[in-house]
Design a protein. Structure first.
Length: 178
């Protein structure tokens, strides 16, 4: 009987919910994220100047909530049915996957919030392996490829734990003309 290596096991590290916007949209976003997650939302400030969008350093341009542990797992179980448990192949990268929810009322069990109106948000789910925190502590050591979580591993995790369907891009068949 061969035992699995516990250090190769992947785990759900964190779930980040975010909304971009300024002014009134930002305030509505804070209310929405706090209502959905039950946690306090944090406002995100711009780091650099982008004149074409009238963005300057220190301007509040978004809001986010980060969930970890059991809260993160419960949030993924709550949000995946809003997109019919389907993800496109391009939404999955190394170590994470992301998707957007167009209208929060699509989430099962969430009711319309009058002061917010209709609004959507983005969801990013990050995976890690045991030992990742040690890698983050080590200074000037380089990144270890052994600690990254591949796309295939994330797809297998989603299919086995959440019964998620992964939509593959259709490859064009090139016919050789002879």
């Amino acid at each position: 009987m061969v035992k699995e290596n516990l250090m190769r096991e992947i785990k759900l590290d964190k779930v980040i919910l975010n909304i971009g916007g300024v002014g009134e949209k930002l305030d509505k976003g804070v209310i929405l994220l706090e209502a959905i997650s039950g946690k306090k939302a944090v406002k995100v400030k711009a780091g650099k100047r982008i004149p074409t969008w009238n963005v300057r350093p220190g301007l509040e341009v978004g809001t986010k909530v980060t969930l970890r542990g059991k809260d993160a797992l419960a949030m993924v179980k709550k949000l995946l049915p809003a997109i019919d448990n389907t993800l496109k192949e391009k939404q999955i990268q190394k170590n994470c996957f992301s998707f957007g929810i167009h209208e929060y009322i699509e989430i099962p069990g969430v009711e319309y919030i009058r002061e917010v109106g209709i609004m959507g948000f983005e969801v990013s789910v990050v995976f890690s392996r045991a030992g990742k925190s040690v890698e983050m502590k080590k200074i000037k050591r380089g990144k270890s490829r052994r600690l990254t979580v591949s796309r295939e591993e994330i797809e297998n995790y989603l299919v086995s734990n959440f019964k998620t369907e992964i939509l593959r891009k259709k490859k064009k068949m090139v016919e050789d003309e002879e």
